[in-house]
Design a protein around this ligand. Structure first.
Ligand code: 2P0
Length: 316
């Protein structure tokens, strides 16, 4: 149990991330321990900024709006703060601002809990090292473990029961001309959140049994692709990994299909582009939006097909 070292801190930033090898399924729910290791790429300037200050009563603000105390996100944030303070100690105001659409499959909980972890570290003067911050951020939201770093990041599943070896580390490889394109099919709240979605898949889909093997093989291939700067291998692996994850969701009961007609239209347009020789691939998370993977030389051709694209250069 610790006391804040200051009444307030400046906002702390953490990037959002997109997994090329997905995290899908927990082996332990309390500590958020994953069934498989995952590998992501952080989204540079897109993410969350979080500040904490002492307050009269606990309160969570999201994008300038105060959330109700019983709001799901608000309760998760306060439960996370409670990992680091005694309940009777002091109240806090947590202010988070996202520059990405919330709950639209663009992983705002990843950057949100990573920024919250960094803010908690500063507010309470914990001065924990990044591995420990990543392991604690994981308890707020699994994918948050990866949002502590820029660039390529691997979350190692770990084997320990206490979860302290289940944290993310950055890869030291850069890929200057890599681009990510965000195709916004829908920015509305989704009906089934990732946590319930993955639990349902683990509990009801026989197809899920093959997922850990797929993920382990894809992780190896992605390391190879990054080492060799082999974009075809990177794109093919990421796309197959995402579709394999979605296959396990579709095979759940009740079925879980995050796709909308526009998601499928985008996939078909991507496959058509590939048939025409453009190196364009996609990945998708627990939502209808499509994330494009391409390199700088294909940018003009990609923009022609997806005019409203938000493009991120993860390595600047
Ligand atoms: C990922 N997703 O690797 C995968 C792909 C969604 C699909 O990590 O229950 O919000 O808080 O640990 O981190 C989203 O799941 O779930 C996620 P919890 P989280 O990006």
């Amino acid at each position: 149990s610790v006391k804040p070292i200051t009444d307030t801190i400046e906002p702390v930033f953490a990037p959002s991330n997109i997994a090329l090898c997905k995290y899908w399924g927990k082996r332990e729910a309390e500590l958020n321990l994953p069934v498989n290791s995952s590998l992501s790429i952080s989204l540079a300037h897109l993410g969350s900024k979080t500040a904490i200050s002492v307050a009269e009563e606990d309160q969570v603000w999201l994008n300038g709006i105060r959330l109700l105390a019983e709001d799901k996100f608000s309760r998760k944030v306060i439960a996370f703060i409670d990992l680091f303070r005694r309940a009777d100690e002091h109240c806090v105001k947590v202010e988070t601002a996202n520059n990405i659409p919330t709950a639209a499959g663009l992983a705002s909980s990843a950057s949100g809990f990573a920024a919250l972890m960094l803010a908690v570290d500063r507010f309470y003067g914990l001065d924990l090292d990044l591995k420990v911050l990543s392991a604690f951020a994981r308890m707020g939201s699994g994918s948050a473990s990866r949002s502590l770093y820029e660039g390529f990041v691997e979350w190692q599943m770990g084997v320990r029961e206490d979860g302290m070896d289940s944290f993310a580390l950055p890869l030291d490889s850069r890929w200057a001309d890599l681009r990510i394109g965000l195709v916004k099919v829908s920015t509305g709240e989704k009906a089934v959140d990732s946590r319930s979605g993955m639990n349902r898949t683990v509990d009801t889909a026989h197809l899920y049994q093959s997922w850990p093997l797929q993920a382990a093989a894809d992780l190896q291939r992605l390391h190879q692709a990054i080492t060799d700067q082999n974009f075809t291998l990177l794109g093919e692996t990421a796309e197959q990994n995402a579709l394999s994850m979605h296959a396990t969701m579709i095979a759940s009961w009740p079925p879980l299909l995050y796709w909308q007609p526009d998601s499928v239209a985008a996939m078909q347009s991507i496959w058509q582009a590939r048939a025409e020789g453009i190196e364009l691939y996609f990945t998708m998370d627990a939502g209808p939006n499509i994330k494009l993977l391409f390199t700088a030389d294909a940018e003009a051709a990609v923009k022609q097909r997806f005019p409203d694209l938000e493009i991120v250069a993860p390595f600047g």
